[in-house]
Design a protein around this ligand. Structure first.
Ligand SMILES: Cc1cc2nc3c(=O)[nH]c(=O)nc-3n(C[C@H](O)[C@H](O)[C@H](O)COP(=O)(O)OP(=O)(O)OC[C@H]3O[C@@H](n4cnc5c(N)ncnc54)[C@H](O)[C@@H]3O)c2cc1C
Length: 400
């Protein structure tokens, strides 16, 4: 049964995450957003304090010393952590995805080695590297021609694979200690059949962060451009089980991203209501002008439609019923809803909406970045269209 009540444990976690976010993230958020030296200003102290509360390792399974929280608990935590600054929270939740993926797809030896290393080092951050300068949507949809897909090669040489090539836009990579890297093992076939994923510690010789990308929003959530120059990884680092984007890995990724988007939207709506209550024009607070009140009502409706969809997807993921069409739709709906809500909130702020000293312009910049993460909106929509067409043809109607 789909239940919206929080457990006592979730309520306690919610309070802990809220206190942490207000005490440790809010005071640094604005400075980090304006950083001129992203690597130098990276919030390591915040990460260590989060780790001390278990907020870096919540996805670790119990046998590796973590709580292995379900996706609904992820949503509850993100809803607090992301409220003052989505970028800081995303650094942590990227590790939740990475740990969950390794727990689901790794061998026992891989988990013993890498999940333990991750657990024991408060500064051990994780990332996943698929995208390349020449391969973006092609490895999402994918376009299955031998000359498309990831081109970073992994060549078997004895008991090692040797990786050569370049990745870009890879989250957490400039500060991560381990990445799961998708590489091409066979260029004579399409990308899915010809690619495999490898665990790559970032201190492996030949691995280099060539540059740190500078974005308009989400600024302290760092992406790197990565060079692999004869990076040797042992064959034991090959991930045997590929989860695939429609599987368990996919649902966690979509829930996580949509949860951040909805939290950002909630923060923007709260700011807009506060401003509309305080700003007097035409002799009264602007919230009493019908046009503003209608905007706020619509923002509220869209926010709660998105939050309900998100909770349903998290529940489906937790109960093994994740439907890929719902996954991609939730990502698109929630991230577009966030942008729409942030833009409307900016309108309500009038000229103050674009002033640097107020947070509204930051909300809009952050909301814009969501549109391109975990596949573009077009690509996610195309996937939904394909799934529904196949399902309709098989079942004669859409029963789910
Ligand atoms: C902040 C951020 C964080 C990211 N983090 C990671 C990460 O951690 N790991 C990782 O591997 N990647 C990451 N990415 C990369 C992200 O997944 C890609 O940006 C995304 O897949 C799109 O690829 P692209 O930017 O090359 O765009 P392109 O693929 O070049 O697309 C350009 C445009 O063409 C459209 N298009 C392309 N192909 C088709 C098609 N076949 N049919 C219809 N339309 C099409 C797209 O929808 C888009 O509008 C991140 C990106 C951002 C912005």
């Amino acid at each position: 049964m789909l239940d919206f009540d929080l457990t006592e444990e979730q309520k306690a976690l919610q309070k802990m995450a809220r206190d942490f976010a207000e005490k440790e993230i809010r005071p640094i958020a604005e400075k980090l957003d304006k950083s001129q030296n992203l690597l130098q200003d990276f919030p390591w102290e915040m990460i260590k304090k989060a780790d001390a509360l278990g907020l870096r390792t919540i996805a670790l399974p119990e046998e590796y010393g973590g709580p292995g929280y379900d996706l609904r608990t992820w949503v509850v935590l993100i809803d607090e952590l992301s409220y003052p600054d989505v970028a800081c929270a995303k650094i942590l939740t990227q590790c939740w995805k990475g740990a969950r993926r390794l727990a689901e797809q790794g061998t026992k030896a891989q988990k013993d080695r890498y999940l333990t290393a991750f657990r024991d080092d408060p500064t051990y951050l994780l990332g996943g590297a698929r995208t390349e300068p020449g391969s973006g949507s092609d490895n999402q949809l994918p376009y299955e021609a031998p000359n498309a897909g990831v081109m970073l090669t992994a060549q078997r040489q004895g008991d090692h694979y040797v990786l050569n090539g370049r990745k870009h836009f890879i989250s957490n990579s400039p500060v991560a200690k381990m990445l799961v890297v998708t590489a091409r093992v066979d260029k004579t076939v399409g990308g899915v059949a010809g690619s495999r994923s490898f665990i790559v510690p970032t201190d492996t010789p030949g691995f280099k962060v060539a540059s740190v990308h500078d974005k308009t929003g989400f600024r302290m959530y760092l992406q790197g451009e990565l060079d692999f120059d004869n990076v040797k990884v042992p064959v034991e680092n090959l991930l045997e089980k590929e989860g695939g984007r429609g599987g368990a890995e996919g649902v966690a990724s979509k829930v996580e991203l949509a949860a951040h988007a909805m939290t950002l939207a909630r923060a923007a709506l709260d700011a807009a209501i506060k401003y509309a209550n305080e700003r007097i024009q035409g002799g009264q607070a602007i919230i009493h002008h019908q046009a503003v009140a209608m905007d706020i009502a619509e923002m509220y409706q869209v926010l709660h439609a998105g939050r309900t969809l998100l909770w349903r997807l998290a529940w489906a993921g937790d109960t093994g019923q994740a439907d890929p069409a719902l996954m991609h739709s939730t990502k698109v709906f929630c991230t577009e809803a966030a942008l729409k809500i942030c833009l409307t909130a900016m309108e309500i702020f009038g000229g103050s909406g674009v002033m640097r000293e107020l947070p509204m312009q930051k909300y809009v910049r952050d909301a814009m970045v969501f549109q391109h993460m975990d596949g573009t909106q077009q690509i996610n929509r195309i996937k939904v269209g394909r799934i529904l067409a196949t399902r309709f043809n098989q079942e004669g109607r859409l029963s789910r």
